[in-house]
Ligand binder design. Structure first.
Ligand code: ARG
Length: 459
């Protein structure tokens, strides 16, 4: 009979057990469940709710159970539903009546909220560390490519030349926001719900603040009904992961394009690609494609969580058990991304000469001409129009912007001076973008210094 079986006359149907068990996925909460129970019983004894001897026997046996689970020496049984029941029943199995005191003043509703918060707090710290590690890899690559120039794109059309370092550092910014989002969400994870009971608190003189302190939470939850019903922290957490996955997906899209024959800007290491079962010449950027695909799954988890909560009457409802399926899947996916990408970026071969060749397209410097005209006093709209006409002139004659004499250029740009025909050097174009936050050599060096300093300070 189940631990809650007192008022039941009949065993749960076998398929219903299969339908309702969560042990298959919540077993990963065991350490947190045990840590929570240890703090709970220590408090129960201190408050005189259970005997000191029971508390220490329970704490010892919880340690044994933890070791057994660590060692894989623990049997799971779907009849015991979830991790909470497994630990409790193992405890009672060894300690009998003494063990049966552990659940005093507690419900699985506040217990699961506690376990989940403890678990996600740890996961957030791991993820932040993983993000920092990946940022360091991006910065190292950017540092090595601080003079490499390539075309920057808007609308996937050649736009203006940029430094590869600048492009890579753009991702460092995105991942920085991801780490900040997780750190911010961690504040709301880090609130202690135990003592909320099933929904209404407890008649026992529990010392919630002692448990809070023991488990290093920032504070206790203020409202017991909110405490057992709330999954905002999980939604925020997965939302941060969805945004991070989106960043990985965008980076992947760049890498896929860059490794295509059409761009040919990079080569990913063989260790991160796969071949075709049919076409012998193929080397496919599967890791990057999988990231686009897996990002969809992380979004799915976020949608599942939001949908899970939207129609729930107060307070706890069993629907909430499904939260863990979504969160764990999103978390595992995000952690894999953080594992796979640092070495992939480290081993990525940059084809500098191919990037340089593409960056030599003089049309990439058309904006520089227009801005030069502005410096000479031409209103920008007129300047834009003149350079546009010049581009058209060259296109009609099927020649490059840099293949036209000054006299010819003056047909469309009357203000053009001698220097104008020498403005098609990509390196000079980059060098002129000295503006803060721009792609010039100096501002990019400043960005690199900024990140290196932050990493040296441990962020
Ligand atoms: N396995 C459950 C969950 O994950 C634990 C809480 C069950 N509470 C209950 N009253 N049935 O949500």
């Amino acid at each position: 009979m189940a631990l809650w079986g007192g008022r039941f006359g009949e065993e749960t149907q076998r398929d219903v057990k299969l339908y309702s068990e969560s042990i298959s996925f919540d077993k990963r909460l065991y350490k947190h469940d045990i840590a929570g129970s240890k703090a709970h019983v220590a408090m129960l004894a201190k408050q005189g709710i259970i005997p000191e001897a029971s508390a220490s026997a329970i704490r010892n046996e919880l340690d044994n159970i933890c070791k057994r689970i660590d060692a894989g020496d623990f049997t799971y049984d779907i009849s015991l539903e979830d991790i909470h029941m497994h630990v409790e029943s193992a405890l009672i199995g060894v300690l009998g009546a003494e063990g049966a005191r552990v659940h005093s003043g507690r419900s699985r509703n506040d217990q699961v909220a506690l376990d989940f918060r403890l678990y996600l707090r740890e996961a957030a710290d791991r993820l932040i560390e993983g993000i920092r590690n990946f940022q360091r890899e991006l910065v190292t690559k950017a540092d090595a490519e601080s003079e490499t120039i390539l075309p920057g794109f808007t609308h996937l059309q050649h736009a203006q030349v940029v430094l590869l370092a600048h492009h890579l550092l753009a991702y460092v910014e995105m991942f920085d926001r991801d780490a900040e989002r997780l750190a911010d969400c961690r504040k709301r994870i880090n609130v202690m719900p135990l003592g909320s009971g099933a929904l209404a608190g407890s008649t026992l003189p529990l010392d919630r603040n002692a448990v809070c302190k023991e488990l290093q939470f920032e504070r206790i939850t203020r409202n017991s009904m909110d405490a057992v019903a709330d999954r905002d922290f999980a939604i925020e957490f997965v939302s941060a992961l969805a945004t991070m996955a989106m960043h990985f997906s965008r980076l992947s899209e760049d890498l896929i394009l860059w490794s295509s024959q059409e761009f040919d800007f990079i080569e990913l290491s063989d260790a991160f690609c796969t071949g075709s079962s049919l076409m012998p010449q193929k080397k496919n950027p599967d890791v990057c494609e999988l990231t686009r695909g897996k990002t969809a799954r992380v979004y799915g988890a976020l949608t599942a969580l939001l949908t899970l909560c939207k129609g729930l009457p107060m307070t706890y409802n069993r629907d909430l058990q499904e939260d863990k399926v979504a969160v764990f899947d999103a978390l595992d996916t995000a952690e894999m991304m953080l594992k796979v990408y640092p070495p992939m970026i480290r081993d990525m071969r940059v084809k500098r000469e191919k990037m340089a060749a593409a960056a030599a397209d003089p049309a990439l410097m058309a904006t520089d001409l227009a801005e030069k005209l502005v410096e000479l006093g031409v209103p920008f709209r007129d300047a834009h129009h003149r350079v546009g006409a010049f581009v058209k002139y060259c296109k009609d004659r099927n020649c490059g912007l840099d293949e036209v004499s000054l006299e010819e250029m003056r047909l469309t740009i009357p203000e053009a001076t001698a220097g104008f025909t020498a403005m098609f050097d990509p390196c000079e174009s980059v060098a002129k973008r000295r503006i803060a936050g721009g792609t010039g050599f100096e501002p990019v060096r400043e960005q690199l210094d900024f990140w290196k300093k932050r990493f040296a300070e441990g962020l």
